[in-house]
Design a protein around this ligand. Structure first.
Ligand code: HEM
Length: 350
């Protein structure tokens, strides 16, 4: 058993953890390790939004292009699709870079940069968005239900940890974040005044970053290895409540409790054939808002409860893999850009 906080990032605490060193979790949990690398990692969620066959063709072509760009390419990428609250289909290509400088070269380079910045993007049957997070290692945590369950940032890892102590109780997400040893991660230091954000509309390009301490979660489910009773129970009992929770976060009521944006996405291959993997991707005004929803709200309680019933029915032997990555970002560690998108897309709705 070890701490989720990597050794080089441990420091004298000014803020106590929720549970002490003598706590022992009820089931195993693991975290991704990144070797000695202490520089920020980067993830970009690049989206195409459409509701016409013409838009779909453009979106598919763009995803193919993003996959093929070789110069300064990400160390890992995946593709996912979903439908948003306004009824638009969305394709999301997600790239993960170990080196934030290489991501910047990719973003501004002749291949992607020229395509993204072209005036043509304003005149198409697609909306486009780019949401970027470059968390310092102090502001990133990951949790996997199994040591072979790498997803997302975990695909950049040098290795998986041994079993970690900080999971299995509310507040453990915060305890896994190295920055929580000394920071409350709640105070807003440099809010961007809302008036500086141009109002979106069709045929417009909007770029901004949000306030310090914006929180991002990617929470993944992989049921590809399940069979028999476990698969039946996941599909029949767990997935519908997960979907209901995602719909809640995507609604006005979700926004009212601090969820600025939520997408429920299904991973697909390059030909857009669905895999048996999904994830919830959401941006929150603060880590505290995210904690409150997970701990207190009926929708996450229902997800949690249906999962615990599955665990008991399967006698703790699950082929289902759960993964989760959370970052808490300074204003300088985020970037949002929307082109031609409807006004409820991503952070535009807030
Ligand atoms: C089938 C889907 C899901 C299941 C079975 C599930 C189950 C769980 C479980 C068992 C924990 C405790 C983990 C631990 O510490 O060991 C947890 C924590 C958490 N979940 Fe979920 N969850 C699911 C989906 C989601 C989604 C989609 C989100 C957000 C978009 C989310 C947000 C959270 C958060 C923020 C915590 C950490 C709370 C804290 O440590 O204070 N979950 N969930």
């Amino acid at each position: 058993m070890e701490s989720a906080i990597p050794l080089p990032l441990r420091c004298p605490r000014s803020r106590p953890p929720t549970r002490g060193d003598d706590y022992s979790p009820p089931n195993p949990g693991f975290t991704a390790r990144f070797g000695d690398a202490l520089q920020p990692l980067t993830v970009v969620f690049l989206g195409a939004q459409f509701r016409s066959p013409e838009g779909e063709a453009l979106a598919r072509a763009a995803v193919g292009l993003w996959c093929d760009l070789a110069e300064h390419a990400p160390d890992h990428h995946d593709i996912a699709q979903g439908t948003d609250e306004a009824g638009f289909s969305t394709l999301v290509w997600t790239g993960y870079w170990r080196d934030a400088a290489r991501f910047e070269q990719w973003r501004q380079g002749l291949a992607f940069g020229a395509w993204w910045n072209s005036e043509h993007r304003l005149d198409e049957a697609c909306g486009w968005f780019m949401e970027v997070a470059s968390p310092a290692p102090q502001r990133l945590e990951t949790l996997y239900s199994s040591p072979d369950g790498f997803e997302g940032f975990g695909r950049l890892a040098s290795h998986m940890s041994a079993e970690i102590r900080e999971h299995g109780y509310w507040g453990s997400m915060r305890d896994r974040l190295p920055a929580s040893q000394t920071e409350a991660l709640t105070e807003v230091l440099t809010a961007t005044p809302a008036s500086r954000v141009p109002r979106p509309n069709r045929r417009a390009r909007v770029a901004f970053s949000a306030a310090d301490h914006l929180a991002l979660i990617r929470s993944g489910q992989d049921w590809s290895r399940t069979a028999g009773l476990e698969r039946e129970r996941y599909v029949r009992d767990v997935e519908p409540v997960l979907r209901a929770g995602m719909d809640f976060l995507d609604s006005e009521a979700g926004l009212a409790i601090g969820c600025l944006s939520n997408r429920y996405l299904r991973i697909v291959d390059k030909d857009l054939r669905p895999a048996e993997k999904s994830y919830g991707l959401s941006w929150w005004a603060s880590l505290a808002d995210m904690e409150r929803w997970a701990r207190d709200h009926a929708t996450h309680s229902a997800i949690f409860g249906s999962f615990m019933r599955l665990v008991q029915e399967m006698n703790l032997e699950l082929a289902l893999r759960l993964s989760h990555e959370v970052s808490v970002l300074r204003s300088s560690e985020q970037r949002f850009e929307y082109i031609n998108c409807h006004e409820r897309t991503g952070l535009l709705r807030s």
